[in-house]
Every structure is written in C-alpha cells, then in structure tokens.
Ligand binder design. Structure first.
Ligand code: C2E
Ligand code: MG
Ligand code: MG
Length: 607
C-alpha cells in the first residue's frame, strides 16, 4: 500500500558535490526574506513511489530538506492545503486521478492557484504539454528525470516564486513587510495571545506633515527620507527587544502600511508602560534631524496604540483602533502618542505628570540619599554603605525608586539625576570624613543610560574634584545590561572608572542574561547576588545550589560576593557556610538617613 508521507529530512551527507541553487533573488531588498531556496518545501505526487524516492535523493544531495509526497493522487489536494508547498512536482499519468485533474482543481482554488507545478511526463507529444500548460502548469520535466535538469528547472521555478512572494509581501521602497504580511503576523500573534493569555500591542506610526516634505523635496528625496525613517524605526525595535520581548518570545515587527504610515507589532507585552517606552523611543528617534542630500530636515510623528486582546481580538479591529488613536493624536496637535483605551491614556498621562514633578524635585534639590550598611560576614563589621535615592513627594509620600528610576530613564532625566546622586554621595563622604568617622566605601547605583555618550568617568572625576572626595572611597553598582549592550564603549568607560580608582560591582546578579564565564572579560571587582535568590533559599534546594555555585565560581574569578536582601538568621548562616564575603539586608538594617546611619553604624565603629 502506498502511504503518503511528510518528511523533514536532515541534509544528506552523501558527499556528492552539487552546486547549491542560487539563494538570491532579484527584487526588493528584504532583510527578513533571504531564505535560501533549498529551504523550500517540495511536494511530489507520483503513483510510482520509486520515482519519488529517486527525485528526493537527487534533491537531498543538492541540499533540499523539506519534502512532502504521496503516491495516492486522491490525497494530493488535502496535503497541498495542509503543507502549502512552494513547488509541486506532478506526475501526469496516474490511476484514479490524473495530474490534469489535480491542476484543474488547483486552478479553481483561490488559495492554491499560485502554487507552481512542474509536470513530469515521458510523453513527447505536444498536445499533452499544451493541455497541461493551459491548466496552469509552470514547467515540464522529461521522464526519466535528468538530475541536472531537475535542479535547474526547480531552481528557476522557486526563484520566480520567491520574487513573486516578495512583490506580494514586501514594500518595494523600504524592503519592509507590507500591510498584507503585517496582518498575517498580527493574526498569528492574536491567536497566540488568546491561547497563552498574554497581551500585545499595535503601534500605528504616521509621519506629521509629510505632504509638505514631499512637495518641498520632490518624490525622489522624499523616498530617501522614507527609507531613513524606516531604518530608524527598525533601530528602535532592535533596542526595544529587551523591553518588550520575553526570553525566546516572538520578536517585534515593523511594516510599511502606506505612503507615510508604518505599523509596529509588539506580539508580547508585559505592561502598558513598556509600550509607552517604545513609543517614546520612536518619537525621540524620528525627532532627530535627518540629513538628506545636504539638507537638514525635521519631521515628527504621531503614534496610535491599540493593545490586544483588550482593544480587539481580530486583526482588523486592532489595526482600526490603533489607526483611530493615531488620528486622535493628529487632531490633538501631533508629535505624541495616544492609546485607544482611555484608561491607559489616563495612566500614561499620570506618568508624564510624575516625570514633570520629578524634574522639578530635582531642580529644587528635594531628593534624598538613604544608606544601607554592607556587612563583612566573617567579622560582622560594617564594610560599606549603599546609597539609595529617595523621593519624598508632597502628595504621594515616598515614591519608591523602582517607580521613578525607569521614569527618569525614559525621559532623559536619569543623567542629571545620576549626577545629583554622585554629587550627594561625594558630599556625604566629605561630611563624614570631616566629622572624624572612619568611613566605609559608599556604593552608588548607576543606570546603563548613564553610560551612553561615554562621559561617565569624566563626569565623575569632575564631581570628585569639585567636592574634594576620593575615587577609591566609591564603588559603582551596574546591572548586567551594561555589560551586554554596547559592549565596546561600555568596557572603555569601565576601564576609565577603574583607572581613577572606582570599584565596580554587578548588581542584581542572576536576573539578567550574563553568565559567569563571561564576566572575566570585564574589569569587575564584586558580584551582588540578587535578593530573589536569597529570599527563596532553603538549604539543599536548587536555589541553594545556584548560590553555592555562584560563590565558588566568583571566587575562582577573583571576585568578592555580596548577598542582597538577607532577612533571616538561617539565610545568613547558610551564606556564611558557603563562604560569601558580605551581606546587606533588613536582618542588619533597612536603608536609613545619613544621620541615622552615622549614629547607628559609624559612631559604633569608632568605639
Ligand atoms: P538595588 O540596587 O538592588 O537596591 C537594593 C534594594 O533592595 C533597595 O530598594 C533596598 O531597600 C532593598 N532591600 C535591601 N535589603 C532588603 C531586604 O532585606 N529585603 C527586601 N525585600 N529588600 C531589601 P530600593 O531602595 O527601593 O531600590 C530599588 C532599586 O532602585 C535599587 O535596587 C536600584 O536598582 C534602584 N536605585 C536606587 N537608588 C538608585 C540610584 O541612586 N540610581 C539608580 N540608577 N538606581 C537606583
Ligand atoms: Mg544596588
Ligand atoms: Mg540589587
């Protein structure tokens, strides 16, 4: 009995050398679709299984791996619908149903009529060929099959199909996926979000006043401008990855919708604030001047956001709502973003207000530094103090840094805020020194945004000389992101900091992506194990094993280890037994004001 089979076989290792079919197809450039032609799914229908096997062997030798075949012509159509092959190799003379009938059925189906079919025939008769051509066959192959001819005809057919697909699915000017492809992806994302119960978002980005640009520049330069816009949007999505993509989750995608309109799909979104961050990045990136043919041009854009499933579970609805939100922005005066949902708009507005208040608080010097002791585990003596910024807000009380640091990062306030923190810490050090205390090192938290521009070490050196503090009295706590992003420039900054005498510490270790084996590349002195590991530790479980391994490996790399968030005596006992060097946590003390720190910890030190 002949059983239809679907095979995804590994590349053949027969060692026979065949030139692989050309992978490149003329047409609009697309970074997404450089798929090799040998990646194509080849379907074969022939009542003689041996023919199928012979052809498959030839194709495998040439690198093809995806096959789908049947020797039951009656099953052909079902398989085509199911597997959507890129090309069909079709025998004409078969019992039960002829190749002609299959061609006729394909032609009648809207979804299938574009599947290219190469007809296999031993007939020399031109009427046979004409009839097949009339029914939509794209090419012929004489039986018995000559392997070289097979590969060439297959390659040409696939190249033509790839070109057609690109014309149908990509935008010619920018090479981005077009609306049609976007809707397909959105459809998929919506189904995924329904099944796994997560959120996603569509951002509809429209350029403001692009008509004027078009008229002023003429179509050729306006096209160049649109290509630049597309590039900037793509760059934004690249840096967006860490915000809106869970590990191994689906990637954001960008498409050109029409003339001056683009759409972005964020298939996986954890919170609406993440979408706001992306929108703000886009607004910032587009607002930077464009240099086109020696002209400096400025444009802005308006962004409408729909979040799914809340704003729709069908692709059309989601896109329509994102579009409506974008038109609303245009009416409001452009160059900003709006959610379709009024509730999310209210929340975004609240954040914006808070960011403005933070700016004022910074100007009015209303922020405060609190200090939490770091303790030497062996001697129980204070070994340092971590400076943690506090914002006493007139109406909200103390706003936690986890809330306002991301806000500062998004609004560009983080650089002046970071400078304020460094300056305040330096002044505190001087004050304590003048009062005659023996002072432990102060640890300052530094955001990865402060590394941009490469002026961090220089800036800190200026603050040191301005305040008269010493670099070796400070350590900087960085997150793993600093090591992962923009590695070349950041390592340079880290070296400069080391050179002036600042100790470097990796904060929240274990929550990011870096591995221990990677750390030796960086001039790091200390690791701080994230408090989530400590909180869950019960000896002899997995977490305990991870902590033990981190400590051992860090020591072998010459790094000292600090445990964060130690709250109980058993946690401390466990860490001590593992040889951890220092700890921080409520078990010793919460972060306290500078005055309280001095009276509880520094005086005590003095005896
Ligand atoms: P972090 O640097 O990991 O700071 C430790 C956080 O853990 C502090 O929260 C501290 O109050 C808290 N903590 C300390 N011991 C315990 C404990 O035993 N149990 C528990 N549950 N928590 C403990 P805080 O002050 O709210 O700061 C949160 C984060 O905000 C910091 O995490 C840091 O990433 C950021 N941050 C704080 N100050 C600054 C700053 O001046 N600049 C920058 N860039 N970021 C800062
Ligand atoms: Mg820290
Ligand atoms: Mg930490």
């Amino acid at each position: 009995m002949n059983i239809p089979k679907l095979e995804h076989l590994a590349r053949s290792n027969s060692g026979v050398q065949h030139e692989a079919p050309a992978a490149h197809v003329a047409g609009p450039q697309s970074k997404e679709d450089s798929t090799n032609l040998v990646e194509a799914v080849v379907m074969m229908v022939d009542d003689e299984p041996l023919n199928i096997e012979v052809i498959q062997v030839h194709l495998e030798e040439a690198g093809y791996t995806k096959f789908c075949s049947t020797s039951e012509p009656m099953e052909a159509l079902g398989l085509i619908v199911e597997h959507r092959p890129d090309v069909l190799l079709l025998d004409l003379m078969m019992p039960g149903m002829s190749g002609y009938e299959i061609l006729a059925q394909l032609a009648a189906e809207n979804l299938l009529k574009d599947v290219p079919a190469i007809v296999l025939t031993s007939s020399r008769d031109s009427a046979t060929k004409l009839k097949a051509l009339e029914l939509g066959a794209t090419d012929f192959l004489a039986k018995p099959v000559d392997p070289s001819e097979l590969l060439l005809r297959l390659r040409n057919t696939l190249a033509a199909k790839a070109y057609r697909d690109r014309l149908a699915n990509y935008d010619l000017l920018t090479g981005l996926p077009n609306r049609h492809t976007f809707m397909d992806r959105l459809d998929w994302a919506l189904r995924h979000s329904g099944r796994y119960r997560h959120n996603g978002a569509v951002l509809h980005v429209g350029l403001d006043e692009f008509k004027q640009v078009n008229e002023a520049l003429g179509p050729a330069l306006a096209d160049t401008m649109l290509q630049r816009v597309a590039q900037r949007l793509e760059n934004c999505l690249r840096t967006t990855d860490t915000v809106v993509r869970l590990e191994d989750g689906p990637r954001p995608s960008l498409s050109r919708f029409s003339g001056d309109e683009f759409a972005i799909l964020l298939p996986l979104v954890r919170k609406s604030e993440d979408v706001v961050r992306v929108a703000q990045r886009i607004l910032g990136a587009i607002a930077e001047p464009f240099h086109v043919s020696e002209l400096e041009l400025a444009v802005t854009c308006s962004i409408g956001i729909a979040v799914f499933p809340d704003d729709g579970v069908k692709a059309d609805t989601v896109v329509k709502n994102a579009g409506a939100a974008m038109h609303h922005v245009k009416q409001l005066g452009k160059n900003t973003f709006q959610f379709y949902s009024s509730e999310l708009n209210a929340r975004a507005l609240q954040k914006l207000t808070l960011a403005n208040e933070l700016r004022k608080a910074l100007e009015r010097d209303e922020l405060r530094l609190y200090y939490q002791p770091k303790v030497d585990i062996r001697t129980d003596l204070i070994s340092g103090a971590e400076a943690l910024v506090r914002w006493p807000h007139s109406k909200r009380g103390w706003v936690p840094p986890d809330e306002f640091i991301p806000l500062a990062e998004d609004s560009g306030l983080i650089v002046p805020l970071g400078e304020w923190v460094m300056r305040a810490a330096c002044r505190q050090m001087k004050t304590w020194r003048s009062a005659g205390f023996t002072i432990p090192r102060i640890a300052v938290n530094v955001s990865s945004y402060q590394f941009k521009g490469g002026r961090l070490a220089e800036g800190f050196a200026e603050i040191l000389s301005e305040t008269g503090a010493q670099a070796h009295d400070f350590s900087f706590e960085l997150t793993e992101g600093v090591l992962m992003e923009n590695m070349h420039d950041n390592v340079q900054t880290l070296r400069e900091l080391k050179n002036i005498g600042v100790k470097l510490s990796i904060d929240d270790f274990g929550t990011g992506y870096s591995s221990l084996s990677y750390l030796h590349k960086f001039p790091i002195d200390e690791l701080k194990i994230d408090r989530s590991f400590i909180a869950e530790v019960k000896s002899a479980d997995d977490r305990a094993a991870i902590i033990t391994a981190i400590i051992a490996m860090a020591h072998s790399l010459g790094l000292s280890v600090v445990a964060e968030g130690v709250e109980t005596a058993p946690q401390l006992a466990f860490l001590k037994a593992q040889g951890c060097d220092e700890f921080q946590g409520y078990f010793k003390s919460k972060p306290v004001s500078a005055e309280e720190f001095a009276s509880r910890f520094l005086k005590h030190e003095q005896g």
